[in-house]
Design a protein around this ligand. Structure first.
Ligand SMILES: [Zn+2]
Ligand SMILES: [Zn+2]
Length: 414
């Protein structure tokens, strides 16, 4: 029969103090990027205490990726400290995912357990990891009733847009093969315990291009002896903004923003170099694919037309999809935890979530769980505060999604 939603919820509330303790500990040791030594060690220690087998997933990053991160303004990151754990055994397998990295932001929440370093959990990933530890405990206690396996993915580097990709490339979705995946994100500006999800595309893709234009500088009175990188930058800037208006379907709702444009030191000097950072987001996969190819082409043509040279660094994070069928099968089980009146469809978000690397490979479902109320400081604000009442609910949502999906799709027990 397996464990019921009611039992799961009851157990999650019994574990509430432990989940809060885990969350506050992770909150205080906030670390950023793909290399989270203290955070991963804590997760590993807690899993070991619960008797759950785990393995590290990530390891040394390719040199090129480390260099690209530095180009993009991230700290130097040389490894990824993802953790994969498993409860139950064999097929089928549902993956539950929690990200666990923080932001390079000084916290100003006033909480007694606020982070003292320059990193802080203002995206709430500390709560995600603590909820998944809570779910792990509940599922482990009923391991013999699971008709398949539950894989727990503790992921670093979500805010870099590449953490999930690194774990997927390092086998997170194999042995046992993952059949479906579930992930959640807290939302401090929505009422605690409400759930919002979007079937289909539910977060934008993000394609980032960091362009370094090399010209040849000199006196501003002798432009004929120079290659002016600022003039090239200006032309690329205009061309890329026009590209979206001419080649993307207006319904695709593409945004292209050059958030950094820099070069030059004085009015009478033509500089050697200029730099342009371009971010392109859309909810439309076709438009993303087209522009991802056309942006480098346009850059190449414009820079070469004016005799410059360039280096281009690219980062791509796909849209996150919630599979219609999986939503239909999981929504009733999310409702068992929070109440049917609290589960709503919402429009896709224009932000980006690197869980898209998982939902590109297997059917997935991603939900937002309210953890506060309207008017609260939003995610990524230094004053963001979560309502901790969301913690046992999140643990129960994870555990019930996994237990129920395996009950309905798992092998027969003998
Ligand atoms: Zn974030
Ligand atoms: Zn986040």
């Amino acid at each position: 029969m397996g464990i019921s939603a009611e039992e799961i919820k009851k157990r999650a509330y019994q574990l509430e103090n432990q989940i809060i303790k885990d969350r506050r500990h992770l909150h205080q040791i906030a670390e950023i990027g793909t290399d989270l030594p203290k955070t991963s060690a804590y997760i590993q220690q807690r899993l070991t205490e619960m008797g759950i087998s785990w393995k590290a997933c990530g390891g040394a990053l390719p040199e090129k990726l480390t260099a690209d991160f530095v180009e993009a303004g991230f700290p130097k990151m040389e490894k990824a400290t993802g953790v994969l754990a498993q409860i139950g055994h064999g097929s089928p397998c549902i993956l539950l995912r929690a990200d666990m990295d923080a932001l390079p932001l000084k916290e100003d929440s006033g909480l007694e357990f606020q982070s003292c370093s320059s990193a802080s959990h203002m995206c709430g990933h500390d709560s995600h990891a603590a909820m998944l530890l809570g779910a792990a405990q509940i599922l482990k206690e009923h391991e013999d009733q699971l008709q398949g396996s539950v894989k727990l993915m503790f992921q670093p580097g979500e805010e870099t847009g590449a953490g999930a990709r690194i774990m997927v490339e390092n086998g997170a979705l194999t042995s046992p093969k993952v059949d479906v995946a579930f992930g959640l994100h807290v939302q401090p500006t929505e009422a605690t315990g409400t759930i919002g999800y979007a079937a289909g595309v539910n977060s934008a893709s993000l394609d980032t291009f960091i362009l370094k234009i090399q010209g040849s500088g000199g006196h501003s009175s002798q432009p004929q002896l120079c290659v002016d990188p600022l003039m090239i930058l200006n032309q690329v800037y205009q061309a890329l903004n026009l590209l979206v208006t001419r080649e993307a379907d207006p319904a695709a709702m593409v945004t292209l923003t050059c958030g950094v444009a820099k070069g030059g030191t004085a009015v009478n000097i033509i500089p050697d170099k200029a730099e342009l950072h371009i971010g392109m987001r859309t909810l439309d996969v076709e438009a993303a694919e087209h522009l991802k190819q056309r942006i480098p082409e346009m850059i190449d043509h414009y820079v070469k037309a004016w005799n410059g040279t360039y280096e281009l660094t690219e980062f791509h994070t796909p849209c996150t999809f919630s599979d219609q069928g999986l939503c239909e099968s999981l929504v009733p089980h999310l409702a068992e935890i929070v109440g049917a009146d609290k589960v709503h469809q919402i429009p896709p978000m224009t932000g980006t979530e690197d869980f898209g690397y998982v939902t590109k490979e297997v059917p997935g479902m991603f939900v937002f769980v309210g953890a506060g109320q309207r008017g609260n400081a939003p995610l990524h604000s230094p004053k963001m505060v979560l309502d901790e009442a969301v913690l046992p609910l999140g643990a129960a949502l994870h555990a019930n999604a996994a237990a129920a999906w395996l009950r309905e799709n798992g092998r027969e027990t003998v």
